[in-house]
Design a protein. Structure first.
Length: 285
């Protein structure tokens, strides 16, 4: 009996030690894996992720949009397949093109963030619109938040409008290069969680922090904020100012946005193009 008690004690101690050494990220991954396996089992899938991935791939290649979406998520976690963001986007895109609202919503945020695709606000809006058309409520809310708002062009062209709002953020800078992209991702993440209130403000602060260091993706989204009025007053001149900053770093969608505003006469005098031919042949966004 004492031997059994000793063995139990050793086992319990080993389990507790393992749990104590487990990071939060590892615990979340473990719990996510257990939850997914349970859901797949309920749907009649095999018991292991490699087998599940093989079955999903067969179904996905046959055109099953739900399987395409689910296969994409396995690539996020590396369950049964290698972690691969490009493959994740590939399968979500196929599901989105097949009408899967959740994949359409996912793809929209990839375009907004520039994650495994070229950052493109207009593409993001289009996928949000498609998802919202299927009554996906989060997509509808974010489409309403991010779409360009109509306003008086004479006011929009005044570079001073919105300056008070921007002054709050003008001195924000990441203190180290390693924080620039995390600031950017945190800003996008705040926008993704909610369309109003503190999430807007927190998101914009983080985006400005990255943009003020010269990060082109963040500068592009500051331009988007001024087009859509996310926590700043709608101001196309300020939008053009930030699009130009990103465009000077070869950010092509930013250049298209800037040139459209420039051709419409909605840029401030100080934000003219680098040369007279810079917007020639640049298509509309």
């Amino acid at each position: 009996m004492s031997i059994l008690r000793t063995l139990v004690t050793v086992v319990v101690a080993t389990v507790l030690a393992a749990c104590a050494s487990e990071t939060v990220e590892q615990r979340v991954l473990r719990e996510t894996a257990a939850s997914l396996l349970e859901h797949f089992a309920d749907d009649g899938y095999p018991e292991t992720f490699p087998e599940i991935a093989r079955q999903l791939r067969r179904e996905a290649e046959a055109g099953n949009v739900r399987s395409q979406m689910r296969l994409g998520e396995l690539y996020l976690y590396g369950f049964g397949v290698p972690k691969d963001e490009a493959q994740r986007v590939k399968w979500h895109r196929r599901a989105a093109e097949g009408g899967e609202a959740l994949s359409q919503y996912f793809l929209a945020w990839n375009y907004l963030e520039g994650n495994a695709v070229e950052q493109d606000y207009r593409q993001a809006l289009e996928w949000l619109r498609r998802s919202a058309a299927q009554n996906f409520e989060s997509a509808r809310q974010h489409y309403d938040c991010l779409r360009p708002k109509e306003t008086d062009s004479r006011i929009s062209a005044d570079s001073k409008v919105g300056a008070d709002s921007e002054a709050e953020y003008s001195k924000l800078r990441s203190t180290a290069a390693k924080w620039i992209e995390p600031d950017f991702r945190s800003g996008v993440g705040s926008w993704r969680r909610r369309c109003e209130g503190d999430h807007n403000r927190y998101g914009l602060r983080n985006l400005f922090s990255a943009a003020n260091t010269g990060f082109d993706k963040a500068q592009y989204l500051i331009g988007v904020a001024y087009l859509s009025g996310r926590e700043v007053r709608i101001n196309r001149a300020r939008a053009a100012h930030w699009f130009l900053k990103a465009a000077r770093q070869n950010h092509d969608p930013a250049r298209r946005e800037y040139c459209a505003l420039y051709r419409a006469g909605l840029t401030a005098a100080v934000d003219g193009p680098p040369n007279s031919a810079w917007c020639e042949g640049i298509p509309e966004p």
